[in-house]
Every structure is written in C-alpha cells, then in structure tokens.
Design a protein around this ligand. Sequence first.
Ligand code: C5P
Length: 408
Amino acid sequence: MLEQRRILLIVAGGIAAVKIPDLIRRLRERGAAVRCILTKSGAQFVTPLTLAALSGDKVYTDLFDLKDEAEMGHIRLSREADIVLVAPATADLMAKMAHGLADDLATTALLATDKPVMIAPSMNVMMWTHPATQANLSTLQTRQITVVGPGAGDLACGEVGDGRMAEVPDIIAALSRHFQKDVRRGPLARRRAIVTSGPTHEPIDPVRYIANRSSGKQGHAIAAALIAQGADVTLISGPTTEPTPDGVKLVKVETAEQMMKAAQAALPVDIAVCAAAVADWGVSNPAPGKIKKTAGAKPPTVKLAPNPDILATLSKPGSRRPRLVIGFAAETSNVVKNAKTKRVSKQCDWIVANDVSPGTGTFGGDHNTVHLVTADGVEDWPTLRKQAIADRLVERIATALSGKASRE
Ligand code: C5P
C-alpha cells in the first residue's frame, strides 16, 4: 500500500520526535519515499543528519535558506508529495495550522500544500485536553485533516493520560488506510469484509484462561489477501503475535463474546470469513481475583457455559446476512464429511476444511492442506503456503461476488 508513495514528513519539537527515525525506517522498508522538514524545535530532539541518513534525502530546515528556495521552494516541496504527515504534531504547530500562520518552512509548506494532511499529535495531557487545543483540533478536522492518535499512557513529562503520540505501527496503518481508500482498485474494490482470526481467551480468573490452539496465521493471511484485492477489511483478532496486515481495521478482542460484538458492530459487510478458533465454552463465573492454590485443598471446579457461535449467528438468514459467509473446520478425522455437515448446520456458504491432526504441522506452521466445501461439491486443494491458500480463496470470493451489488 505504501510502495512508491511520497511522504513529506514534518517533524516538530516534541519528545516523540525520537520515534521518528524508526518511523522513517519502517516506511522505507515498505517502499515509501520520505522527505523531511525539521522545525527548529524538532532539531532539539533529533538531528538533521539522522533524518537525512535514514530518509536517504536532504532534510529541509529553514525557510530562508536561499539555496533551497532556488532549488526547491516550499511550494514545490509541499506539492511533490502524495501526503503531508506531521509527526509529532505539537500543540503549537496545531494552533498555527488552525490559524493559518506561516512563519517557518513547516507552517509555510502546510499552508501551501494541495495534498492531504495527516497529523499525529503529541503533548502533555493538560495541553491536549485544553479547550484551545480541542478547538484547534475541531477546526483541523473540519478541513478533512486526518488525525492519528494520540493514545493514553505515561507521558514524558511524568503525567499519565492522553497525549502520547500514536505508535509507529498505528501511524503506518493510518497511512496505509489512507492510500487504500485512494486506490481501492482490484476486483473487491468497495467490498466490505470481516475476518475473524486467532484464538479467543476465556478467563478463569485474571491470570488464567481457556483457549484453543491458533496462531492466527491463516486468518491474518486472508485479511491481507482481501486488502490486496481492494476490499475494506475489519480484522477481528484474538490474542496473537502475528503482525497486523497493512491497511486493515484491526479490532483486538479476547473473548468469544467480545468477538461476537465486534463482528456485529462491523455489519453490514459483503464477506465474512470466520477463521478464528473460538473457544466453544467460556467460564460461567470467572473469579474476580486470582484463585489461590492452597496446600491440601481440592482443586477448583470450573463451570463452563456455551459461547455464542459467531459463524452460525452471521449465517442466519436475514437482511444483514453477508452475501458470502465462509467458515473453517479444523478436524482430526473424517475431515470432509464433518465439514459438509458443518456447512449445513451452520448455514454458511463455504467451509474451508483442514486436517489438524498431530503431525500435520498445520498449527502455527506456514503450510496448510485444505478442502473447499461448497453447495456445488468439494475441491481438494494441494498443500500450499497459508498465504497462497488465502490468495486462492480470495480469488474464489471475487468470482463468486462479481456482478453482485456491494454493501457500502
Ligand atoms: O463448530 P466449530 O468450532 O468446529 O466450527 C468452526 C468454524 O466456526 C470456524 O469457522 C470458526 O471460526 C467458527 N466458530 C465461530 N464461533 C464459535 C465457534 C466456531 O465463529 N463459537
């Protein structure tokens, strides 16, 4: 999504500027070209040399550098980009943007640009919540400026609260989403999709939980493949260590209940792929505090209650039913037979059935061997990488939906 995108990165004076070298590195890894403007106060936190070395380009610092003005004026600088990103965006810079001040290269470029602008605010919590900053924020938002973050947490000033600059992966995800909206090419352009992925954790007490084995690899690969074909994807993921595919809207959940709510909140969609290994049962009464192990005492009894079935709920006939609902069946015997029964009992359209018996290496591995069970029959696919399975499945989804109206 970021390949060959040109980003004009304006670095203002906040402690979060120390995260900018990492941001530049990650953007360049994804094929983006980054050119930096560093404000005078930004240069107190990060040096022009560091930014130049990492961006592989000259760093622009002073409006009155006549040589630069001759070589590349602030107007050209601001227009030779696909997006202008301000990170960190300080309270001062936001105020200047809101009021149209232009007293240095950064503010002049921001006033002169005809390109979309995204800001990643970073400041002390009182500064962030101050009515002046909030009014400036509203002004900027009415001008279609995208705001990413800030998040809550420990602030460099020692206080705790909102004001931490969005983390580097969140800024990258916001940029990817921006460009995805921009391009939205491919057979699934304007299609909306939900993908559930990973396990769910059902708490027994605050430190213990019940879960199914699942790495989230297959589900995340499907989300990435849908994005690559232009779909608008909400990835609802249980706890996993898989990296978030660029461009998805990620909703992190822990329990099946939360996954169910998140899936329903994302409706209406055209496509639902339920690849999560949802725990079939949750604990009816999770203990509010850690259950103590007392010598000689009987082990505690855990009472289970059935979890909502997300796949079956989404598949129920009705106006909000996605056009195509796809489930997974992890089986250790009679793989195809059980998958056929599951397709009918859950009322979903397709089932991707896979053998997860010990020795197959499916759990956590990079390969998978699946059978696609549809109303028309069963297709046996060869052993493929999980990403290749995702690509094939998404190709089939695109074919199945072609010619059908989308649910925007
Ligand atoms: O019933 P079983 O767990 O074998 O079904 C597997 C399929 O159902 C998978 O697609 C899984 O994501 C989905 N499922 C669900 N909610 C549950 C249990 C399973 O969405 N509570």
